[in-house]
Design a protein around this ligand. Sequence first.
Ligand SMILES: [Zn+2]
Length: 177
Amino acid sequence: MQDYIDLAEKNGVTLIDIGKCQFCGANTQRGIHECLEIFNLGFQEIDFSNFENHIYRFLIVDAHTLQHPEIHGRWNNHFHLSRLHLIFEYGIKWTYELSPKLSDYLNKYKVHKQDEYLTPPELLKRGNITTTDIKEKSTNETDCKDLIKNWALEVYEKWSVHHDIVDDIAKGFLNKI
Ligand SMILES: [Zn+2]
């Protein structure tokens, strides 16, 4: 899991090893490294063996990726913002089977959109809820789910300047499946 260090370097970003997360502002001691550790542990109040709870996994990944685009490839923004748009605006009940389908759709889409960048919101202005909030404030499964949903909604709203683009993607995608 050192890939993110290489990606940050590739994106010209210097990672800060101490203090708050430089991207989302999470209340960490070891910056992005700790923010990612919390993310990777995956909020264990939620029982992910229950199919009904899978949606929270998608929301976690989308929210975290869109708060930290500097440690991902540029087309990840299209994927995760489109998925949130499909979930929030179209009420799609996302499943593991849909993710590779959306990836395939975007692989074809991007061939004709090489100049299209989804510029991220400013650093630290990507939603008030962060990994450390969820870790510290979730005392039970219900709280944890509510926080995750609000986290994803906040991040989604912070990317609102690109909602038109992902709406076109969502419509094209829904036509194909
Ligand atoms: Zn962070």
